[in-house]
Design a protein around this ligand. Structure first.
Ligand SMILES: NC(=O)c1ccc[n+]([C@@H]2O[C@H](COP(=O)([O-])OP(=O)(O)OC[C@H]3O[C@@H](n4cnc5c(N)ncnc54)[C@H](OP(=O)(O)O)[C@@H]3O)[C@@H](O)[C@H]2O)c1
Length: 274
């Protein structure tokens, strides 16, 4: 069995992914939410089991199960206090996806030695295209970490990183969807300026971004596979693309992206310290 404390946007996305990929059967999943009524509604939508409280979820899952903590960061301490004793008794592996919530800040609400995994999916988990960071705590065994990775792989790619790199990861994976949508919208605006409907322009720009991202991923391990190598290969001498690239750089495009990512990293660190 596997437990979910919280079945909102991200909890539900992971549950749907786990079921669709065959990683877990719906009947092997127990969830809860802020009220038993909400839990019952989510369970009937998703086809899973439900429990009235977070502690009941851990109890129902039995020994050595993964319990996903999928509540908003401010609700995490309350949930951990509620499950502290039963999580220790059941030797549960707690998998927190709470943004900006470190392993140390989770551990202070739990018994010493409780296995905790920290993970960070992104919004594309809802279409099973997340890039998810994973960092197992010191008390997590290899097989427990692998099981957490198997679960999160059902909503996309998983990458193991050191915990110190979470702010950078969050900016590159968590904030960048908004950055990329801003880019797609600006591209579409240029299309509208030149006579396309907004809908058509968005469809063209978004598909171009998707195809380019797939090309970049495909080439990432190649000797000449950096994004700039790929961009060089499509700039004909004296052509349209190089003219566009020069205009973008003249407007500060590359530096603006680096500044945007850095601002997100700095803000993440600032929030963790406050
Ligand atoms: N959404 C994203 O793109 C994203 C990306 C990365 C990480 N995350 C992280 O994922 C976590 C969940 O975010 P979300 O967007 O899924 O939030 P959400 O949609 O608000 O869902 C939160 C869930 O927690 C439940 N809940 C609240 N208090 C509870 C309690 N005391 N006991 C049991 N359940 C409780 C809520 O129940 P009700 O439905 O009954 O209110 C709801 O099902 C957050 O920590 C967030 O940082 C989210």
């Amino acid at each position: 069995m596997i437990g979910f404390i919280g079945a909102g946007a991200m909890g539900s996305a992971i549950i749907r992914g786990a079921i669709a990929s065959g990683t877990y059967k719906a009947a092997e999943i127990v969830l809860t939410a802020s009220t038993p009524e909400h839990a019952q509604t989510y369970a009937s939508e998703l086809g899973t089991e439900y429990a009235n409280t977070a502690a009941d979820v851990v109890r129902r899952c039995g020994k050595d199960a993964i319990i996903v903590i999928a509540v908003k960061p401010y609700a995490v301490p309350t949930v951990l206090h509620e499950i502290r004793a039963v999580a220790a008794e059941q030797e549960a592996v707690l998998l927190s996806i709470a943004a900006g919530t470190t392993l140390d800040s989770l551990a202070i609400h739990l018994n010493p030695g409780q296995p905790i995994v920290r993970a960070m999916p992104n919004v594309a988990a809802s279409i099973r295209q997340s890039i998810t960071a994973l960092c197992p705590g010191a008390d997590v065994t290899d097989s427990q970490a692998s099981e957490a990775e198997r679960l999160l792989s059902s909503v996309g790619q998983v990458i193991r990183i050191a915990e110190k790199d979470f702010p950078t990861f969050s900016a590159l994976a968590g904030c960048s969807p908004a950055f990329t949508l801003t880019y797609i919208d600006a591209m579409a605006r240029a299309g509208v300026k030149n006579g396309l409907s907004k809908k058509t322009a968005v469809r063209i720009a978004a598909q171009a971004v998707l195809g380019t991202a797939l090309l970049s991923l495909d080439a990432v391990d190649e000797p000449a596979g950096s994004p700039m190598d790929l961009a060089d290969a499509v700039q004909s001498p004296g052509g349209t693309t190089v003219a566009g690239i020069i205009a973008l750089e003249d407007a500060g495009f590359g530096a603006a992206v680096v500044r945007g990512v850095q601002a997100a990293i700095d803000r993440d660190i600032e929030l963790q310290q406050s």
